[in-house]
Ligand binder design. Structure first.
Ligand SMILES: [Zn+2]
Length: 473
C-alpha cells in the first residue's frame, strides 16, 4: 500500500473535520513530527498508528488503507512526489520543488508531462539494451533487499559439500571433481568449446565439457562449479533476459558458497571481526580463491552474519562500472533509467584512485567524504581478459572499526553526481583546447548490439548443438 496515498487520506480527513495536527498526534500518543512524516508519506504508519487514527475518525482501518485510486489534486501530488524521488530526477541533479497548496494544478500537470516525455526519450534512446538494463536494475534492488544473502542457496551448498565429506577449509580440485561425480557427471576437457561459453552440459549423456586451456586470473574450479551449480539448482532454459540474469547470479552465488562454505567462512570472519582485522586478502588466502570471489563472498555474509553493511564495486581502468552492489546507502553513478553498469565512477573514489598508485601489490585503503556520509574503502587491481579492473569493498565510517587498514591517512572528497566534482575540466585547460580536441572512441559493440535471440543470450545455439552432435554416440 502506498505511503503517500495513506498520508494524503489522513490529511484530507483532518482538514475535512477541521482537526489540528497536534490534536490527532496527541490522540495517537506520538510527536507532531511523527504524524507529519506519515502524512507526507515519508514514514511507514505502524498498525498501532493506523488503529489510533481510524478510531479517532470513527472509521475502519480498512477504509484508511484501501487501495482506491486517488483522483484529482491528490493524484497529481502523488505523481509529482514519485517523480521527484525517481532516478530520472536524481540523474538531472535538480533540486526537488516543494509542492504547496498554492502550486496550481496546471503547473503540476505540466511538470508531470515534461517528466514523462523526457523519460520516454531516454528509454527510446536505450531501447536496444533496455530490457537488459532494466532487468539489471531490478535485480540489484532484490539483492539489496535481501542483503545479498540467499539462505536457500546456502542450504544447497551445505548439502552438496556434505555429500562429498567436505568439512572445512578450501575446496580442493579433487573434491570439485568428486562433486561432479556425485551429481552423476563425467568431465571432458576439449580444445574447441563453442564461442562465448565457459562450459557445455550434456544432460543426455551426463557429461560436462570444459575448456582445456585456462584463462589467466580465473579460478580453474570456477567453470566446473558453475556448471554443477546450474544443474544442482535445477535451472532450465530461460525465457527472458531477467531470468538469465537471475540464474547467473544464483550460479555465481552457489559456486562461491561451495568454495567458501558458510559455516567455516563465517567462523573465520567472526574471529577477524573480533580482532578488528577484517580483510578480504585474508579470506582469499584462507580459502584459496581469487580476490574478486573473496570480496563478493564477503558481501554475502557480512550483513547477515557480521551486521556490517557494505558496498562492492568492480570498475574498469577507464572508470566504467562493471559490477556493483550496495546495501550501505552509497550512491553509485546512475543514468535516468537507474542503470549503474557502464556509468563512470567518481574519479575521487578509491576505485579510481587505486589506479594512480605505483605499488599495485600493497593493499589500498581510503576514506572518502561523499554527499551522504563518509565511507572507507579498500581497493585492489586485478588483471582480467578485458584489461585491468579495480575491485573495491567499502563500508560506512561507523563500521570501519572492524577492518584492517582503518588507520589509513588517505582521504578523498567527492561531491558527485555534482558535475563540478570531477567531470568538468579546469577552466584554463578547457579554454585552451576548446574545439581543438577530437578523440575517437572505441565503440563497445556489446553495448550497442541487440542481444542475440536464443536460450542463452550471446551464445550461438546452432554451434552448441553441432558441438554436442559431433561428440554424441
Ligand atoms: Zn566525482
Amino acid at each position: 500500500m502506498d505511503n503517500l496515498l495513506i498520508g494524503k487520506r489522513i490529511r484530507a480527513l483532518r482538514n475535512e473535520q477541521g482537526v489540528k495536527l497536534e490534536r490527532l498526534a496527541q490522540h495517537m500518543g506520538r510527536a507532531n513530527s511523527h504524524l507529519s512524516a506519515i502524512e507526507n508519506g515519508k514514514r511507514d504508519a505502524k498498525i498501532s498508528d493506523l488503529k489510533a487514527i481510524a478510531e479517532f475518525f470513527g472509521i475502519t482501518i480498512q477504509a484508511l488503507v484501501e487501495n482506491k485510486e486517488p483522483t484529482g489534486r491528490d493524484a497529481l501530488e502523488i505523481e509529482m512526489a514519485k517523480i521527484q524521488r525517481g532516478p530520472l530526477f536524481e540523474s538531472l541533479g535538480i533540486k526537488p520543488i516543494p509542492v504547496r497548496k498554492s502550486t496550481s494544478d496546471e503547473v503540476l500537470s505540466t511538470m508531470i508531462t515534461l517528466h514523462n516525455e523526457l523519460e520516454r526519450m531516454h528509454s527510446d534512446r536505450a531501447s536496444t539494451p533496455e530490457e537488459a538494463r532494466r532487468a539489471n536494475a531490478e535485480l540489484r534492488e532484490t539483492m539489496r533487499a535481501r542483503n545479498n544473502y540467499f539462505p536457500e542457496i546456502e542450504k544447497v551448498a551445505k548439502q552438496l559439500l556434505g555429500a562429498v565429506n567436505h568439512s572445512a577449509g578450501p575446496l580442493s580440485q579433487r573434491l570439485t571433481a568428486d562433486l561432479a561425480q556425485h551429481l552423476g557427471f563425467t568431465l571432458h576437457y576439449v580444445g574447441d568449446l563453442p564461442h562465448a561459453t565457459r562450459s557445455v552440459t550434456d544432460l543426455r549423456n551426463m557429461r560436462i565439457y570444459l575448456s582445456r586451456s585456462t584463462t589467466p586470473g580465473s579460478d580453474p574450479r570456477a567453470a566446473l562449479l558453475q556448471a554443477l551449480a546450474s544443474f544442482a539448482l535445477g535451472h532450465r532454459e530461460v525465457k527472458t533476459y531477467a531470468e538469465f540474469l537471475e540464474q547467473r547470479i544464483e550460479i555465481n552465488y552457489l559456486a562461491g558458497a561451495l568454495m567458501l562454505p558458510e559455516a567455516s567462512a563465517v567462523k573465520f570472519l567472526k574471529n577477524a571481526k573480533e580482532e578488528r582485522e577484517l580483510a578480504v586478502e585474508d579470506l582469499r588466502d584462507a580459502f584459496a580463491v581469487n580476490y574478486e570471489t573473496a570480496a563478493h563472498r564477503f558481501t554475502n555474509l557480512s550483513t547477515e552474519h557480521l551486521g556490517i553493511p557494505v558496498h562492492f564495486l568492480k570498475a574498469h581502468s577507464s572508470g566504467s562500472v562493471a559490477k556493483a552492489y550496495e546495501n550501505d546507502g552509497v550512491l553509485f553513478p546512475k543514468d535516468a533509467l537507474g542503470t549503474i553498469e557502464g556509468q563512470t565512477v567518481c574519479a575521487k573514489w578509491s576505485a579510481r584512485q587505486v589506479f594512480l598508485e605505483q605499488d599495485r601489490l600493497a593493499p589500498y585503503h581510503q576514506y572518502t567524504d561523499k554527499p551522504n556520509g563518509t565511507y572507507w574503502c579498500t581497493s585492489r587491481i586485478e588483471r582480467g581478459s578485458q584489461g585491468d579492473f579495480s575491485i573495491s569493498l567499502g563500508t560506512p565510517f561507523e563500521t570501519v572499526r572492524f577492518f584492517r587498514g582503518r588507520e589509513t591517512k588517505r582521504r578523498g572528497q567527492s561531491t558527485c553526481p555534482d558535475d563540478s566534482c570531477c567531470r568538468i575540466p579546469p577552466q584554463n585547460i578547457a579554454a585552451k583546447w576548446a574545439g581543438k580536441a577530437f578523440p575517437s572512441a572505441i565503440v563497445n559493440s556489446s553495448l550497442l548490439a541487440a542481444l542475440p535471440k536464443g536460450p542463452v543470450p550471446g551464445v550461438d545455439q546452432i554451434e552448441v548443438l553441432q558441438f554436442l552432435e559431433a561428440r554424441s554416440d
